[in-house]
Design a protein around this ligand. Sequence first.
Ligand code: 3PG
Length: 335
Amino acid sequence: MGFSYLIPVGHPENHIKGKTVELTTTFTPMKVLVATEKPFAKVAVEGIRKVVEEAGYTLVLLEKYTHKQQLLEAVADADAMIVRSDIVDKEVLDAAKQLKIVVRAGAGYDNIDLAEATAHNVVAMNTPGQNSNAVAELALGLMVYAVRNFYNGTSGTELMGKTLGIHAFGNVGRNVARIAKGFGMNVIAFDAYCPDDAMTAAGVTPVHSAQELYKQADIVSLHIPATPETKQSINYALLSLMPKGAMLVNTARKEVINEGELIQFMQERQDFKYVTDIMPASDMKMQELFADRYFATPKKMGAQTAEANINAGIAAARQIVDFLKNGNTRFQVNK
Ligand code: 3PG
C-alpha cells in the first residue's frame, strides 16, 4: 500500500529562486510491484526491498497468485514491476495505468508482449546472465539423473568421455560447457550468432549447423530462446540424426520442441531419453508411453536457487531504480 507525504518546509525542493514557498503538493512514492507466481527466496525479496526502499520507493509483493485478476488489481497503481515467467500481456498492460517499466528477473522474456509494452510506453528489460549458473547446474543434474536410469538401481552410464552438444552458446550454454568439461565430457556447440573464437577460448569445439551438432552429440542440451524462428524447431528430422542411446536435455522452453514429432520419434527410437525442466503439454501421455526414459520437473526449477533469485531479483530492482532516476535503458529489450 502506498502512502503520501509532504515535503517539509525548508526542504531544498521548496526553494524557488531563493524564496521558501508554502507547500501545495503531496507526493506518493513510486510503487514497485514484485509479481511472482513462483516466488523468489525470502532472502532475495529482502534484498529487493532494500534497493527499492533506499531509493525512496515502496515495495508491494504479489506472490503465489492463482488468478490473473489478482495481478490486474495489483498492477493498477504500480510504477514499476518485477516478474519472472509471469505473463505480461495486453490485458495486464491495459490495467497498469501508471506502469513505466517491467523487468523480467531472468533471461527469457517471451512472457512479455513486447509490442504491447512499447504501445503502452512501458520499457521492458531482462537481467541477462544473472541466473545462468543455476540453470546450467540443473542441466547437468538432469543429465546425471537420466544416465543413471533415474536412480532406479540399475546400471547406468557415465558422462565422462561422452560428447555434449550445446545448442546455443549464450550465458547458460557457456556455464554448461564449463561444468561439463569438469565431468570430462567432449563439448561441442552450435550458435549461429557466436563467433568460433569465443567457443574455442572456452575449450569448446564449434560446429556450424544444428544438423552437425545433433549428428555428433550423445547428449544435446538446449539453450535457445523461444522466438518465432525457434518455436517447434526441435523436430523429428533433427532428432533422428542423433546416435543410438542419445538424450535431449531441455532447460530452455517447451515451445521450441515439436512435441508431436518428439513423441513419434521416441516411439520409434526406444533408446532415446528426454529430460526437461519445462513440463510438456503432453506430460501425462509421455509419462505413460516412456516411463523409464522421460522426466519432467513438476515446476520449472532451473533458476530456483537462493543465489539466482538474489542475483536476478536485485539486478531487476537496481535496473528499475537506475531507469526511474537516471533514465538508464541499458537492458531494454523492446527498443
Ligand atoms: C529464465 O528465462 O531466466 C529462466 O527460464 C528462469 O525462469 P523463472 O524465473 O520462471 O524460473
